[in-house]
Design a binder for this molecule. Sequence first.
Ligand code: NOJ
Ligand code: CA
Length: 721
Amino acid sequence: MRKNAPALFSLLFVTLFIFGPRAGAQEIASPSGKLSLSFRLTEAGEPTYSLSFAGRPVVLQSRLGIELRDAPALTAGFAVVKSETTEKDETWQPVWGEVKSIRNHYRELAVTLQQTKGDGRSVLVRFRLFDDGLGFRYEFPEQEKLKYFIVTDEKTEFNLAGDHKAFWIPGDYDTNEYAYSTTRLSEIDASRGRKDIAIAVKSIPGDNVVQTPLMLKTAEGLYVNIHEAALVNYPAMNLAVNRQTFSLSAHLVPDALDNKAYLQTPDRTPWRTIVVSDRAADILSSKLILNLNEPSKISDTRWIKPVKYVGIWWEMHVGKSTWNYADVGNVKLAGTDWSKLKPNGRHGATTANTKRYIDFAARHGFGGVLVEGWNVGWEDWFGNWKEEVFDFVTPYPDFDVNELQKYAAAKGVKLIMHHETSASATNYERRMEAAYRFMKEHGYDAVKTGYVGRIIPRGEHHDGQWMVNHYVRVAEATARRQIMLDAHEPVRPTGLQRTYPNWLACEAARGNEYNAWSEGNPPEHETILPFTRLMGGPMDYTPGIFQIKLDVYAPGKKEQVHTTLAKQLALYVTLYSPLQMAADLPENYEQHLDAFRFIEDVPVDWDDTRVLEAEPGDYVTIARKAKGKEEWYVGAITDENARTSEISLSFLAPGRQYVATVYADAADAHWQSNPMKYQISSSLVNEQTRLRLALAPGGGAAVSLKPASAEDLKRLKPYGR
Ligand code: NOJ
Ligand code: CA
């Protein structure tokens, strides 16, 4: 994203011809030849494609096309008028991320199609074939007979070669906050999502519709991930599954009028992506989705800084304090004098409490402090489909924004603003410029937005074209003011963090918060997220809960976090985000400062990443090298099953001694019966060491690896002795 250092070479073969339906297929192979793509027209002139990996079918011949409102469909009657093959090989540097440089190497096939009858409208299908998968999109060139058009349906198919194992959540127009199901394609039943009563707003379109990123595993052990890249000015794609034929077809999120997208030529759709490998770890290492996104639109990115933060947040989720200041059920934004309301005595975002978090952040080296519930309007924010809930500029009477600005600055900590929009995007759009000005005036340079509730404009959905454009407008408006962004409840990411690197993270999945007030996230949840939600971009999962059992907050409270404490540490490595929260309360960390050390140490920006082992739904072990430092961090997690992970440290610099500090589950730890027991040990290791990590059921291990000092060499024993 900084500079595109184009170690680029480009080959171009152009074929100009009119090929009727009978003409043969156009084929390309990926740079190493591992993947091959074939494009052909059917007898009826319908565009189709197929994809194979090392000679094995991944996608069987599948149709492409778009249907329009009040105009003939762009699905058939085509001839190929031009076909171009190019190759690109370049390397670019992300502003932040899992690795310091990214290779973008693909062969491209661009097929221009023209309808032979009627208005002779043309569409271009652009395929980019990488060694780790395929991206393709539709482009609509400027033309006399296609200017403004309304997409009513996208007919893209992914005809799969078998009844694969699928890791899925129900298709939904408004939320991604489901727990995952693992079934065969033939067994998908998205209606089970209706039983999840913890999710605020759900719109499940059908029993056979699922969301992307969809993770699949074939009987032969191929891993296939279907998603999209660069979702702008178009609705999100769900997938309708034919449970008999294993054919998936695009199911776009509709708008209030049941249209899908309003386009104007020249225009294009997002990329449809298929990442494929015979190693699960490769799926997690793929940079295909980022590569298909546009480079940064922000030229000077020096103000964008990955950060760890704490905040007034979990205490509300566990019921210890409240977002709202007063316990009244009916307030109007205009006309309420909040200073006249009777405080409920449990408000979290007070000046004193914020100072306590600032002190804690300063003491432990955290850059940010998030404060939720600081602004008026929380008394009736939830569930009323009300337009004017918040103004984003009026603090509650007990939150002294000026005083806190001085206090945070003196302690070298940045406050992070919270803008819960209650899904009233219209209200937010009217007020956001003033809100960002207010932020900057008060020393804030990061905002967490939220979209809990039914969307306004009424009838729109979280994942429809209008809202997709809204989130991008927010990313652009924040970038203009040098504000970093973390969006909760937006559409799920599609790699746009490359284009808007100030958009550090999103939630857009079931976060740790569900463990506080619902049946929670099963122990396998975090082993699936990297293969699904995180394929599109970083997640603000809010890990780091140490007080696993929540009955300390209210006797009998049965909710709990479904991991061990050590697994919460490992998540800082296995769930990548440039923005990571230490989500628990300061007083809980004070009880375990030895384990907290890992959260203090772990970076949020990396030079290198090695996925050491991974299997969706079972386990994930990742090693990462700190940005600009000779330090490595390892996170290993498992599902509900205990597991021993043996990892080679061959990634360490050869001939060098490191101190490995292992934060592991205690021998008798268990996510349910004994979740908070851990052990910490330090020893000397080198690139030849094999570390054995014993993970409890629902457990994990975290390891820091730092170059040993002369004193360490005297003080510590070699590993295993
Ligand atoms: C849901 C968000 O995910 C959570 O982080 C936030 O605290 C609440 N909404 C309130 O805005
Ligand atoms: Ca949420």
